[in-house]
Design a protein around this ligand. Structure first.
Ligand code: SAH
Length: 478
């Protein structure tokens, strides 16, 4: 082992920092957060360090370095940009057998500060032994994203209840089971939902009654539109925690690849035109039965689970059956397609209102609140491509100008993305010509045309020609 990792309790202990620039200031902040009493010695101080002294957070000694400063210290930091001075501080520390960290100088340091993931009281420290700090930083980022911020609150709760747990579960085996339940059961969810009182009540009940509320739960997670980079950190954590994943057809395989390896993945996709109601009933039944067996069920839906995804119905079903749930939003197709096609969905000059609609509505002909005028607004339609002729027909019948820009984004955010630019009048023929397939959505309104100029991802097809508005008249006279 190149370096021995050690966690030190600095509360109330004096730490000397030599140097008072911005680099020193970062270390000072870290030391203060650990409760250290910080003495800063330097010939001059950055205003930020000065402000800490004025606030009484640190003791600032503006003077040339004096080895006697080390007399009170448990630990020393040298953070000046003068290597000779850093060397003298390091030597003074050696003479007193004090550990010394010289910032960014592994050679002079007898102690190094690791990259830190702070979920106090849980702390994760990573060191590359000074060989490649960038690797340690990268690792830290990865670990940051993996561990729920709630881990700290959970550990703090366990710490507070430690005695009570020991008394209620004197046997080691039972106690371990209890701690497992603490991690896997409903308590982390209650903490994540910002309901710490519920978490405490659940814990107390479980301790006193002996009966523990089942640990099963359902996480309704939005997988985003396809690009796995668009999954949220919470979504990723849910996939790492899942025992069972009920995945929709629209969920991209790249997102599923991020899931815990031993999670059971069940495809509950509704084939277009398939028996939707029976698949929905199956989804409801699967969620409830797996959760009742104590499993962590991730119900993974394309885009956002609460946008055109029957997320509401699924939650109602869970609520009705007393199953605990959480919802993790995802990036809905409209937002992803707008972004990845370079189409601003709102724009000061073109669209002040944004409507998300589905063309899948059964009834409704004629004047329809789902088809408001596109003037000054952007209309986004989630739909199967086969609905396009009907949609455009309705919009035209409702009085939209034939030349209204209409963009179709197919496979938004996926490597195979294609964006077709056309107008309400030309889009049906163009979509057929380019064999546009689902999943795709239509963006209608003045802002849609901006994508021709601003598009940056995937293929761009078609163009808006200025003459379409006159075409019907010509056709009539021909
Ligand atoms: N809950 C999902 C929508 C489900 S409805 C969400 O929030 O995005 C399914 C419709 O969404 C598809 O018919 C299509 O119109 C649209 N859609 C989903 N993913 C898409 C993608 N990657 N590109 C274009 N449209 C998409």
């Amino acid at each position: 082992m190149h370096l021995f990792p050690l966690f030190t309790d600095l509360k109330g202990r004096t730490v000397l920092v030599v140097g008072a620039g911005l680099v020193a200031d970062r270390k000072i902040g870290l030391l203060l957060s650990a409760g250290a009493r910080v003495i800063v010695g330097a010939h001059a101080a950055h205003p930020q360090v000065q402000a800490r002294a004025t606030a009484g957070d640190i003791e600032l000694r503006l003077a040339p370095f004096d080895p006697a400063w080390l007399d009170e210290a448990w630990l020393v930091f040298a953070a000046t940009n003068d290597r000779d001075l850093n060397q003298r501080v390091a030597d003074a520390a050696i003479a007193r057998r004090l550990f010394c960290n010289v910032v960014d100088d592994a050679e002079l340091s007898s102690a190094q500060v690791p990259a830190i993931v702070d979920r106090s009281p849980i702390t994760i420290a990573i060191s590359s032994g000074g060989s490649a700090p960038v690797i340690a930083r990268r690792l830290r980022e990865r670990i940051e994203s993996l561990f729920d911020p709630v881990l700290g609150a959970l550990a703090a709760l366990a710490q507070r209840k430690r005695l009570a747990i020991r008394q209620a579960r004197p046997q080691l085996r039972a106690r371990r089971d209890f701690y497992d339940w603490l991690l896997d059961g409903p308590i982390p969810g209650a903490l994540r939902s910002n309901r710490p009182d519920d978490a405490e009540t659940l814990l107390d009940q479980a301790l006193s009654q002996g009966a523990r509320p089942p640990s099963g739960k359902v996480l309704l997670v939005g997988a985003g539109p396809g690009d796995p980079g668009l999954l949220t950190l919470k979504g990723l954590r849910a996939l790492n925690e899942a025992d069972v994943i009920l995945a929709d057809r629209l969920v991209s395989p790249d997102v599923l690849a991020l899931a815990r390896r031993d999670a059971q993945v069940i495809d509950v996709g509704k084939a277009p035109g398939g028996p939707h109601e029976s698949t929905q009933a199956r989804i409801h039944a699967l969620m409830v039965s797996h959760a009742r067996q104590g499993r962590c069920v991730v119900r993974l839906k394309g885009g956002d689970p609460m946008v055109f995804g029957r997320g509401g119905e699924e939650l109602q079903h869970l609520k009705g059956h007393g199953i605990a749930y959480e919802v993790v939003p995802g990036i809905t197709a409209a937002l992803a397609c707008g972004a990845y096609a370079g189409i601003p969905l709102t724009h000061r000059d073109h669209a002040q209102t944004l409507t998300l609609a589905t063309a899948h509505r059964q009834s409704s002909v004629g004047a329809d609140p789902v088809h408001p005028q596109a003037e000054g607004r952007t209309l986004v339609y989630y739909m199967g491509v086969e609905r396009l002729p009907e949609l455009c027909g309705r919009l035209l019948a409702d009085g939209h100008a034939p030349g209204t820009p209409c963009a179709i984004v197919e496979n938004g955010s996926r490597p195979e993305q294609r964006t077709l630019h056309a107008t309400l009048e030309t889009v049906v023929a163009q979509a057929a010509h380019h064999s546009i397939r689902s999943p795709a959505l239509a963006i209608v309104g003045g802002a849609a045309a901006l994508g021709m100029e601003l598009g940056w991802f995937g293929k761009t097809l078609g163009a808006i020609r200025p003459e379409p508005a006159t075409l019907p008249a010509m056709a009539a006279s021909a």
